[in-house]
Design a protein around this ligand. Structure first.
Ligand code: FDA
Length: 302
């Protein structure tokens, strides 16, 4: 298999390595792309971004949660992040994953955990973005969003362009603040485009639709071809800069992140932090094996 996308995706799903990694500290180069293991370290990182005119979406890392105690701990941690955003007046919101809050344990238990987080964030007018995971978790995550939307408006979601059904979901949720991405998980041919060109094409179509007809659009990509296309599209269609933002992951293309912010575009960095970094980091290696350079640099810079 070699150092291919499939290899790293397989590693990302390895539960033994994932739980072992929690004891390692930030290793394998993860420290370049994860903003520390504590709330204090994360707050410092976000303050630095804010000082450059960049907002943040904060992910208290976590996945592979199959124990109720772990999901409850995640809820407590995320509530502490909500408090930290409020206390430090950070220009930031939250990104979270339903599986971290117990989706694989029990739907109602997960919904109750998420309700508590969304309610607290709503009190402080902090926005909560639901990251989208693999296909098996897609519909239950949308069901939770539908349920919470009956009581709260501070919720947004993600559409993954590789799915054939992305277009339907985009249209259904167009009145939500929406992050549009290419898609990070390994999905079968009957559910998702496999060809990079087809994914890119669909990605552009979804972005254009949401920019024209949707609520606030977050264009989440490191791909400068897509970013340049969007810049032209908004200009030609007279779409105001207030209607969208670009997003990239913490530690990737830092110069481009800053340049876009300096050009006057809304820019938001996805800031992951915490001890549960392993699956996140392996998916980054899967997307772009060149990210292995990060590992090499960290190893030789000791
Ligand atoms: P892609 O990896 O396709 O690269 C395209 C081109 O861009 C490359 O050929 C290269 O030219 C350039 N490029 C890319 N990275 C570069 C780098 N580091 N340095 C220099 N050039 C580079 N996925 C998901 O399934 N659910 C989710 O909720 C999210 N959420 C999310 C939030 C944010 C803020 C981001 C940025 C991404 C996600 N993703 C995600 C991940 C997403 O689906 C996707 O897997 C990655 O963003 C990789 O695709 P890109 O569009 O970034 O470029």
């Amino acid at each position: 298999m070699g150092l291919t996308r499939d290899f790293f995706i397989l590693l990302s799903q390895n539960k033994v390595l994932n739980s072992g990694a929690k004891r390692w500290g930030l290793k394998l180069g993860a420290q370049s792309v994860v903003a520390g293991t504590s709330i204090e370290e994360m707050v410092e990182s976000v303050k630095k971004l804010n000082a450059k005119g960049i907002s943040a979406t904060i992910d208290n890392l976590g996945e592979f949660v199959f124990e109720k105690s772990e999901a409850i701990e995640a809820r407590i941690q995320i509530l502490a992040v909500v408090e930290a955003i409020h206390e430090h007046k950070l220009d930031a919101h939250i990104s979270l994953k339903a599986t971290q809050l117990g989706l694989d344990i029990d739907y109602d238990f997960c919904l109750a955990n998420l309700r508590e987080i969304v309610a607290k964030a709503c009190e402080y007018t902090i926005f909560i973005n639901f990251d989208m995971e693999d296909y098996g978790h897609l519909q239950p995550s949308f069901d939770i969003i539908d349920e919470l939307s009956k009581d709260y408006t501070n919720i947004g979601t993600v559409v993954q362009a590789y799915f054939y059904e992305a277009d339907d979901n985009l249209k259904k949720y167009k009145d939500y603040r929406m992050r549009i991405v290419k898609g990070a998980y390994k999905e079968p041919e009957n559910l998702a485009h496999q060809d990079k060109k087809e994914i890119d094409q669909n990605f552009i179509q979804l972005i254009e639709y949401h920019l024209l007809y949707g609520k606030f659009t977050s264009i989440a990509t490191h791909d400068h071809h897509i970013i340049n296309h969007v810049k032209k599209f908004v200009e030609v269609n007279n779409i105001s800069k207030g209607k969208f933002e670009f997003q990239m992951l913490y530690g990737f293309r830092n110069e481009l992140q800053l340049k876009l912010a300096e050009e006057g575009y809304n820019f938001c960095t996805y800031v992951p932090f915490g001890i549960d970094w392993y699956g996140y980091f392996m998916r980054r290696l899967a997307e772009r094996p060149q990210n292995l350079n990060l590992v090499a640099k960290q190893m030789f810079n000791k």
